[in-house]
Design a protein around this ligand. Structure first.
Ligand code: WTA
Length: 661
């Protein structure tokens, strides 16, 4: 049975259709539905021909490929553009210098303080990247080495990633909101040689120390030889002699030049690793390779965002997540566009911050998450009133299903009732957008990610693995390889296979529930595994549970998602204490702090309920379905609970929950 979240049910009755705008169609990458359909058919009839053409058009290759595709998803084995060589940093920088864009703005960086703005032309960015690449080389970094990056949204983050790509080092960004323990786990898993970090993060007017986390993490990271530290906040930190050095000193060193030849990389060489939560165990290092990822990033940036030379593209994500990798950095820069990188948050200093910045930079494309829209909706349309948003032409959404109410608010208030919203479904694993409207071609239905992009063979399968009928909920799978797909879980081929390719052999299993309506529109319902989506961030319930049970007073924990009006889902934890430990309110606070320390603030439970017993089957499996209902205060129908070892547990939990209110 597919479990449809309550918040999604309103999507089932959504019937409105919005036509794409007329203005802009002539110059759009795809200006009408027929073109989309023609391309889609072509991509299905001749996938290799289709992707070869796209790859040739979008990417500059040093040497051509021998074979477009070598794949068998049942193994799984996937190789794109084998034999070809290229360099991603060359594609994002050098080739644009050669085509007259040396002075064009590549990155507009907006610091949290409004007066702090830096604009990097392609020429300047190229120079910084080459210097940074030379610093990394001086530290002994070689092709294939891993570089961990734990930085806030400052230009050095973009520069570091492009520098890694330039010399063939593999970057692995760890979101700066993660804890020391999370950082340590990731560094250990990928055995990074270098860590790039900063003294502190500026966030909502506060200085949040970062380097102390790095220091704590590095206590147990033998692989790290150097730690390069950016001075961002002027925060006093300790530097470990022999290991740590300052970014500005290294970059300004006389021996460091701005000349660095891009390393020719094989198409299937790893470009980066990015950790993401799964349903079991520790986060997995999703592996993306050079040729396929870049092709896919450029292809989707061109099709979904229609990015043109005069656009100002603003994706509000953090580069600590895949959305930032693909749609702040590689996609826009690969196409020679102008991308905005924002250090701050939507609510500081006021709820009009985003709109003020759209006006300030005349952003034309604005891409954000439903949770942001819902949070801003609460302030009404006042913060938008005196803002000139007329530069905008395309709005986007990503990270979770967007509820029709939020969609309409976005459309009417930000889009003035005229702008298309591209609701883009994709994942860390897919590298780029998979299912999405094309802004000037696809009629929109609020809450639907609409149709798959060309080359993407998406389908819904029922529990038996058969194609589901129209509107029948099922598992979202992709039936053939695409260039941007992950090539592995770093260091764990078995996990790669079992997570994505085992349940439906020959297909990629996205782990999401969805349905496809009579018009071929996809409606994503949410995760089917034990992953919850909190404010668009993926968190494994198992990860939070293991953080809780690592506390000395906790014997057992079960974590579920509960519907939340802004975050989409909130974290609800049931905790069983060790014998003799008192259930005090102080301990609840302590447990929350403990999870923050173990994982990071984003994983801190919104609610914790003491549970002397958990609903388990006789074989010891926790019935999360029941816990989800209790967390949501939906006590009506628990279905069949006869397989529980002790059905009485359910009444106790309900009584305890009711007494909390
Ligand atoms: C969810 C983010 C509905 C989905 C790019 C997916 C979405 C997970 C959408 C991946 C959308 C992302 N509509 N659900 N438009 N976009 N999701 O890896 O459950 O952080 O599996 O990648 O977010 O999250 P991830």
């Amino acid at each position: 049975m597919i479990d449809v979240d309550d918040k999604i049910t309103s999507l089932l009755s959504e019937k409105r259709v919005f036509e794409p705008p007329q203005a802009g169609r002539e110059t759009a990458a795809v200006g009408d539905l027929e073109s989309y359909e023609r391309e889609y058919r072509r991509s299905m009839d001749d996938p290799e021909g289709y992707w070869a053409e796209r790859a040739r058009e979008l990417v500059s290759w040093f040497t051509p490929w021998d074979r477009v595709l070598d794949a068998d998803l049942s193994k799984p084995e996937v190789r794109w553009f084998d034999g070809a060589t290229l360099n991603v940093s060359y594609n994002c920088l050098d080739r644009h210098l050669a085509s007259g864009k040396r002075d064009k703005t590549a990155i507009i960086w907006q610091g949290e303080p409004d007066e702090e703005v830096r604009r990097f032309s392609y020429g300047q960015l190229h120079e910084e990247v080459c210097r940074c690449a030379n610093v990394l080389k001086k530290m002994g970094v070689k092709k294939g080495d891993r570089v961990a990056v734990y930085l806030p949204m400052i230009p050095e983050l973009a520069i570091t990633l492009l520098a890694c790509a330039r010399i063939g080092a593999i970057h692995s960004v760890v979101f700066a909101g993660f804890s020391a323990v999370s950082l340590q786990n990731r560094i250990q898993d990928c055995e990074a040689r270098i860590l790039v970090t900063a003294d502190a993060v500026l966030r909502a007017g506060k200085i949040i120390p970062l380097k102390p986390n790095a220091d704590e993490a590095l206590e147990q990271c033998e692989s790290i030889e150097h730690c390069l530290v950016v001075r961002r906040a002027g925060y006093e930190i300790g530097m470990q002699l022999g290991r740590d050095s300052w970014w500005h000193e290294e970059m300004e060193d006389d021996a460091i030049t701005a000349v660095c030849e891009p390393e020719p990389m094989a198409a299937e060489d790893i470009l980066f690793i990015l950790y993401t939560s799964g349903s079991t165990g520790k986060p997995k290092g999703v592996v993306h390779t050079t040729g396929g990822y870049l092709t896919y990033a450029l292809h989707t940036t061109q099709w979904v965002f229609d990015l043109k030379d005069d656009d100002v593209h603003w994706c509000t994500a953090d580069i600590g997540w895949i959305t930032g990798h693909t749609y702040i950095l590689y996609g826009p820069l690969g196409l020679g566009g102008t991308t905005v990188m924002f250090e701050g948050v939507p609510s500081y200093p006021g709820p009009d911050r985003f709109w003020q910045l759209v006006e300030k930079f005349k952003a034309t494309i604005f891409y954000t998450a439903p949770t942001v829209i819902r949070a801003l909706m609460r302030h009404g349309d006042e913060p938008l009133k005196n803002r000139d948003l007329s530069s905008l032409r395309i709005l986007g959404s990503v990270g979770e299903p967007i509820n029709p109410e939020a969609w309409m608010w976005y459309h009417l208030n930000v889009g003035g009732g005229r702008l298309p919203i591209v609701d883009t479904w994709w994942q860390t694993e897919t590298g780029g957008v998979m299912i999405s409207p094309l802004p000037y071609a696809t009629p929109l239905k609020p809450g639907s990610a609409t149709r798959p992009l060309p080359g993407i063979d998406a389908a819904i399968l029922n529990e038996e693995g058969q194609l589901a009928g129209a509107n029948e909920g099922g598992h979202l799978v992709i039936r053939r390889p695409w260039p941007g797909m992950l090539r592995g879980v770093f260091g764990d081929p078995e996990r790669y296979r079992t997570t994505y390719f085992e349940e439906f052999p020959g297909f990629y299993d996205a782990g999401d529930g969805a349905r496809c309506d009579e018009d071929g529109y996809f409606w994503i319902m949410g995760r089917l595994d034990d992953v919850i989506n909190v404010s668009g961030h993926r968190l494994g319930t198992a990860e939070i549970e293991s953080a809780l049970v690592s506390h000395p007073r906790v014997s057992e924990a079960a974590v579920v998602g509960m519907p939340h009006p802004i975050k989409g889902q909130a974290i609800y934890a049931f905790v069983t204490l060790n014998d003799g430990v008192d259930e005090t309110p102080e301990l609840l606070t302590e447990l929350r702090v403990h999870v923050r320390t173990e994982i990071g603030p984003i994983a801190s439970p919104d609610s914790i309920q003491y549970a002397p017993g958990l609903p388990k089957t006789r074989s010891g499996k926790i019935m999360r379905r029941i816990l989800r209902k209790i967390a949501a205060e939906d006590f009506a129908d628990f279905g069949d609970i006869s397989t529980l070892a002790d059905p009485g547990v359910v009444d106790d939990l309900i009584a305890a929950k009711q007494s909390l209110n």
